[in-house]
Design a protein around this ligand. Structure first.
Ligand SMILES: *[C@@H]1O[C@H](CO)[C@@H](O)[C@H](O)[C@H]1NC(C)=O
Ligand SMILES: *[C@@H]1O[C@H](CO)[C@@H](O)[C@H](O)[C@H]1NC(C)=O
Ligand SMILES: *[C@@H]1O[C@H](CO)[C@@H](O)[C@H](O)[C@H]1NC(C)=O
Ligand SMILES: *[C@@H]1O[C@H](CO)[C@@H](O)[C@H](O)[C@H]1NC(C)=O
Ligand SMILES: *[C@@H]1O[C@H](CO)[C@@H](O)[C@H](O)[C@H]1NC(C)=O
Ligand SMILES: *[C@@H]1O[C@H](CO)[C@@H](O)[C@H](O)[C@H]1NC(C)=O
Length: 486
């Protein structure tokens, strides 16, 4: 199966690896999910591996001769049809209802991606003898490609992993010690938080088995036929799990050797130049400016009106300019000191000498950029891991976390002025940034090294944890198994 030639490599001590045919698949239509893995595709292709990558955000880089991308950007249309932006940005519905609506959109997208003519062609073209699958593991459907092509696979997650995926490779997931990343809890839970975490854990166990997996197994049977194994069984074959976590940022937790933490800013790159008018605006902001962005999934334009009003009133009274990443052309009642922009190279803004603070949704990648450039933050978390990241923001003293749904002018304004005037935030950021850059191997180097390891050994069965096969009947208290056994 392996190509017969060898490709000689430059990075660190290992000298060669056989060139492999790699199938990459990153399901989620979200910039932050895709951007975390782009450096890996790029580097593997430059090292002579032949990559075919299913992605919603193709790089379109014609200099990468060994990278073929299958464009699944049509998935964004489904997100739009399901109003995913508004679901994430508004508080009309309860969290449970919002998650339900969002998962419904993902279910439809999984089906549409499998039905896509180019994906169908890939699946049924017998010439596609891949050696390895590297697949986003947060939504389960595409992991079945490993069974279909009968190849080992590496699971990828652009955040820390949810408990159900940690459990799939054998990592302890005790809800009191390691609350799921979806919960806004840090370490050292209060009694109430322990109860919530445990109930959430049990609910997710049931949801995963009876809803998520059951529904995706129906999709899989539709495209792969009746013999497709249960998702649980497919997951148990995962050779390795790469998570975009990092013990400097995330909670300390025990991990089996098949889990590799590739976090610590894998997506970071040199700042790209700013558009001329923005550069001039920031240069002119000699009293300082504040950067406000809620990332690419939460839309500022879709914020509930009372929150938008509180924000605008606060900004109007601040002695700083505000650069706001906003999706529409206009904001009604926009104060004079606010400039809106649809899209911009964020790292260049954070690297600017006049920046005072960053108001953000607590997306992991944005937080890492702010850490590297020592910019104090105001956290307005919305969904997913953002609540958890906001807790880290607070506990590590990198800024102030606010309750997004109850945002008021006074608290908002006080928080902004505090993070700007109190130097402790910047000191903490400097200390953390120093820890971030002090490591034996970067996240990208680890990802490449372990990928080629799995290629060399045709999987990593010798690193597979026996915990994966412990039956639920022997009730393993430390692990609340997700793997259903009889
Ligand atoms: C593509 O892969 C081949 C070997 O498979 C390698 O020699 C070549 O340098 C690679 N090209 C680029 C542009 O990465
Ligand atoms: C890549 O190409 C697709 C399809 O032509 C386009 O929609 C997308 O914006 C391009 N992406 C980049 C980063 O250039
Ligand atoms: C939330 O409610 C507002 C006002 O009632 C409405 O305009 C908006 O479309 C709703 N958003 C969603 C996602 O249902
Ligand atoms: C954990 O929380 C308890 C009670 O809230 C507190 O007394 C204790 O000091 C905390 N421990 C750590 C390590 O933060
Ligand atoms: C797991 O891997 C083994 C060995 O590669 C293979 O025979 C088996 O079919 C795989 N099972 C699933 C469910 O993918
Ligand atoms: C920046 O300041 C210069 C000089 O005061 C002025 O001419 C220019 O219009 C300003 N640019 C922006 C974008 O505000």
């Amino acid at each position: 199966m392996f190509k017969t030639y060898l490709c000689f490599v430059i990075i660190s001590s290992f000298s060669y690896s056989e060139c492999a045919r790699i199938l990459g698949a990153v399901f989620t239509p979200s910039y932050s999910h895709q951007v975390a893995f782009q450096p890996i595709w790029k580097e593997l292709s430059l090292r002579g591996h032949q990559l075919t990558v299913l992605t919603t955000n193709p790089l379109n880089d014609s200099s990468l001769k060994n990278l073929t991308e299958i464009d699944l950007s049509m998935s964004y249309d489904t997100m739009k049809a399901y109003k995913a932006d508004e679901i994430l940005s508004s508080n009309n519905d309860s969290v449970a209802v919002r998650i339900k609506k969002y998962m419904e959109a993902l279910h439809v997208i999984a089906d549409k991606q499998l039905a896509h003519p180019k994906v169908q062609d890939l699946l049924h073209n017998k010439r596609n003898d891949f050696d390895l699958l590297m697949v986003e593991a947060i939504y389960p459907t595409q992991m079945a490609f490993s069974w279909w092509f009968n190849i080992p696979f590496i699971g990828l997650i652009s955040l820390d992993a949810p408990s159900r995926i940690h459990a799939a490779v054998g990592n302890p997931v005790h809800p009191v010690l390691y609350p799921d990343y979806d919960l806004p809890f840090d370490k050292n839970l209060t009694f109430g938080e322990r109860v919530i975490s445990t109930l959430f854990h049990c609910a997710m166990l049931l949801y995963t088995k009876f809803r998520l997996h059951a529904r995706e197994e129906r999709t899989l049977r539709k495209y792969f036929g009746e013999d497709v194994p249960p998702i649980n069984e497919i997951q148990k074959n995962m050779s390795m799990l790469f998570i975009n976590a990092n013990p400097i940022f995330h909670n300390i937790r025990p991990l089996v050797p098949a889990t590799i933490q590739i976090g610590g800013g894998i997506h970071l790159h040199e700042p790209k130049p700013l558009p001329k008018d923005i550069q001039e605006y920031l240069d002119n902001s000699s009293d300082g400016f504040i950067y406000f962005s809620l990332g690419t999934n939460v839309k500022s334009a879709a914020l509930p009106p009372q929150i938008k009003d509180a924000i605008l009133q606060t900004f109007a009274e601040l002695p700083y300019n505000i650069l706001w990443k906003f999706e529409d052309e206009h904001i009604p009642n926009k104060p004079k000191n606010v400039k809106i922009v649809k899209w911009l190279p964020q790292t260049a803004v954070l690297a600017h000498k006049n920046i005072k603070a960053f108001i953000m949704q607590c997306g992991l990648q944005s937080m890492e950029e702010a850490i590297v450039y020592n910019v104090p933050m105001i956290g307005l978390p919305f969904y997913g891991d953002q609540g958890n990241n906001a807790k880290v923001l607070e506990s590590k003293g990198l800024g102030i976390r606010l309750n997004t749904e109850k945002l008021e002018k006074n608290t908002f304004s006080n928080a902004i002025l505090t993070v700007i005037s109190d130097t402790k935030y910047k000191d903490n950021l400097k200390e953390l940034a120093a820890l971030y850059s002090d490591h034996p191997m970067s996240g990208l180097e680890k990802a490449i090294w372990w990928t080629e390891y799995v290629i060399r050994h045709k999987g990593a069965k010798h690193l597979r944890s026996h915990i994966i096969d412990v039956p639920i009947s022997s009730f393993n208290c430390d692990n609340f198994r997700y793997n259903n056994h009889t």
